[in-house]
Ligand binder design. Structure first.
Ligand SMILES: CC(C)(COP(=O)(O)OP(=O)(O)OC[C@H]1O[C@@H](n2cnc3c(N)ncnc32)[C@H](O)[C@@H]1OP(=O)(O)O)[C@@H](O)C(=O)NCCC(=O)NCCS
Length: 112
């Protein structure tokens, strides 16, 4: 396995993807972009009209890689919605984060 993405349904019309990750050796070859497209296509097939994603941002400030990540999502037509404190995290694993983080929530309308 060289990459993964996890898609969940938030409602019958809204999907969310997370855990998008590509092994460093394979980054920059388009795999991440293909996985985002596959996640969107899967959600559309289930009748979803919106895709949502969270980006973990250190409370201490954005790092260059997070800025790069947000620019990439912008190029993929995701737009910033709002920030949520970590207390809103639905993942129990959030307590294992190395540093305090916020969730930067982004969304995209899924066109037919
Ligand atoms: C973000 C990630 C999934 C991209 O995968 P990828 O296969 O390299 O993506 P692609 O080859 O399709 O696209 C590369 C794009 O990723 C962008 N990118 C964003 N963050 C990056 C990072 N940390 N490292 C490398 N490229 C990154 C590049 O700017 C590039 O943009 P461009 O092609 O428009 O110039 C991959 O870098 C990764 O696994 N990062 C670590 C985990 C992570 O941050 N996941 C997202 C959580 S919200």
């Amino acid at each position: 396995m060289i990459a993964c993405v996890h898609v969940t349904l938030w409602s019958s019309r809204v999907a969310k993807f997370g855990m998008l990750s590509v092994l460093p050796k394979y980054e920059g070859f388009g795999v991440g972009g293909l996985l985002v497209k596959a996640a969107e296509s899967y959600a559309k097939d289930l009748g979803c009209i919106r895709m949502v994603l969270d980006i973990l941002i250190p409370v201490a400030g954005e790092t260059p890689s997070k800025v790069q990540l947000m620019e990439w999502y912008t190029r993929l037509n995701y737009r910033f919605l709002h920030e949520l404190p970590i207390e809103h995290a639905v993942y129990p694993e959030a307590k294992f984060l190395k540093m305090p983080c916020l969730f930067s929530v982004h969304e995209k309308k899924l066109l037919k």
